[in-house]
Design a protein around this ligand. Structure first.
Ligand code: NAD
Ligand code: MG
Length: 388
């Protein structure tokens, strides 16, 4: 029987790469539901191309356009937050969680609570609500498959092991477009400069996070929750070629690394086929033509966002929630031209200070409590940067 897949965030960068893999393996998969934010035409096109049964659009105002584009297709549709939740809960063997930001928490959490296998691209879920999210996943017997490339590489490198045999887990960072820039130039970088990632083609939010290296900080927090390793066993190394994605070192000194060309179709195919391998048309890795792989320490002075994330992870409790919410508002404000590049990390630091009470143990008793804190921090950050 075909594996039934639902895609939350189907019209985005990860969603479209997922659709490519599904289309190339039609005999193995059927598509249950697709979810998009507000681009009705793109969602309808995706639903029809994949033969989905149901399409949900988060922005209710886009529902008439979605219905018009789907008319005659026999594909069901609905709009608003309830529709997104319905899509997340429809029966599926794999739910791909690829909505961007904390907007993905509720639907992804719903799928997890229903005990589904969730292929997790949306790292903000675990940064916003890590501990209760993982606790609920375990309680429901849900399986989380890491789709983020670094975590997928680590997942593949782990093999058979006991937890006490792991010494360190390392995620690599490309260093982004500003890897060699001096601090003052980074602080004043334009939107276009920040959106020009050297190795990966991704959505706007994660591309900005990669330029500030906040993305790597979010990934450390993600790794902590996904793999249950303590913060001190996690590391980052800058690797400009983005060929080695993640490494695990074991108690005997052996290190196992995951390599591939920087193409999200590789980790996406791994999750969709797991535990089997699917074919992909990703370019094959040719080490001799790449010739060299470079590695360097991250520079926390020029990329303070990474240090703030490491600090938030060490503090624990609601600190990562605060960081994530402030960062999402800051990135949106930067993309809208309301603040400078260098203001983003500063805003996160201000909010971490202001919401010091969120660092108290017990503050994240549930995913709903995390979302309540998220909403509070968003409002406070918006009151600093103003709305568009
Ligand atoms: P994107 O901006 O390209 O796509 C986001 C998707 O979410 C779109 O389909 C959009 O319509 C949908 N969406 C936005 N707001 C929504 C809402 N309120 N309700 C429902 N849907 C909504 O983003 P992306 O680059 O595909 O990234 C998606 C997630 O995957 C992010 O969490 C990102 O960190 C993670 N990720 C992305 C990549 C990558 O290569 N793009 C790699 C690793 C991890
Ligand atoms: Mg990544």
């Amino acid at each position: 029987m075909a594996t039934r897949v639902s895609i939350l965030g189907a019209t985005g960068s990860v969603g479209r790469s997922t659709a490519d893999i599904l289309s190339a393996n039609r005999d193995r998969f059927s598509v249950e539901a697709v979810v998009g934010g507000r681009d009705a035409a793109a969602l309808a096109e995706m639903a029809i191309r994949l033969g989905a049964r149901f399409a949900a659009i988060a922005d209710e105002r886009s529902l008439p356009a979605l219905r018009a584009s789907l008319s005659g297709s026999g594909i069901g549709s609905a709009g608003g937050e309830g529709a997104v939740m319905e899509a997340a809960l429809r029966p599926a063997d794999i739910v791909v969680a690829a909505i961007v930001g904390a907007a993905g928490v509720r639907p992804t959490h719903a799928a997890v609570q229903a005990g589904r296998t969730v292929a997790l691209a949306n790292k903000e879920c675990l940064v916003c609500a890590g501990a209760p999210f993982m606790r609920d996943a375990r309680a429901a017997g849900a399986t989380l498959l890491p789709m983020d490339s670094e975590h997928n590489a680590i997942f593949q490198a782990l093999g058979r092991h006991r937890p006490d045999e792991i010494e360190q887990m390392i995620v690599t960072a490309s260093g982004g477009p500003f890897r060699t820039w001096p601090a003052e130039r980074i602080a004043g970088a334009t939107r276009e400069q920040a959106l020009a990632h050297p190795n990966w083609s991704m959505g706007a939010k994660i591309t900005i996070d990669s330029a500030s290296m906040m993305n790597k900080g979010l990934e450390l927090i993600e790794a902590h929750h996904l793999f249950g390793v303590p913060p001190e066993a996690l590391g980052v190394v800058v690797h400009p070629q983005s060929i080695v994605h993640g490494l695990v070192s074991f108690s005997d000194g052996a290190v196992v690394a995951g390599l591939a060309v920087p193409d999200m179709r590789v980790p996406i195919a791994h999750c969709l086929g797991f535990p089997e391998r699917l074919g992909t048309s990703a370019r094959r890795l040719d080490l001799a033509s790449i010739a060299r792989l470079d590695f360097e320490e991250p520079d926390m002075d020029r990329f303070p966002a990474l240090q703030f994330a490491i600090d938030a992870l060490a503090v624990g409790a609601g600190a990562p929630t605060v960081l994530n919410a402030a960062n999402e508002v800051a990135v949106a404000a930067f993309l809208e031209g309301r603040i400078r590049f260098g203001d983003m990390a500063a805003l996160c630091a201000t909010m971490l200070d202001r919401f010091g009470a969120a660092t108290e143990a017990g503050v994240l008793e549930s995913v709903e409590a995390a979302l309540a804190l998220d909403a509070e921090v968003r409002a406070a950050t918006l009151s600093v940067v103003g709305t568009a």
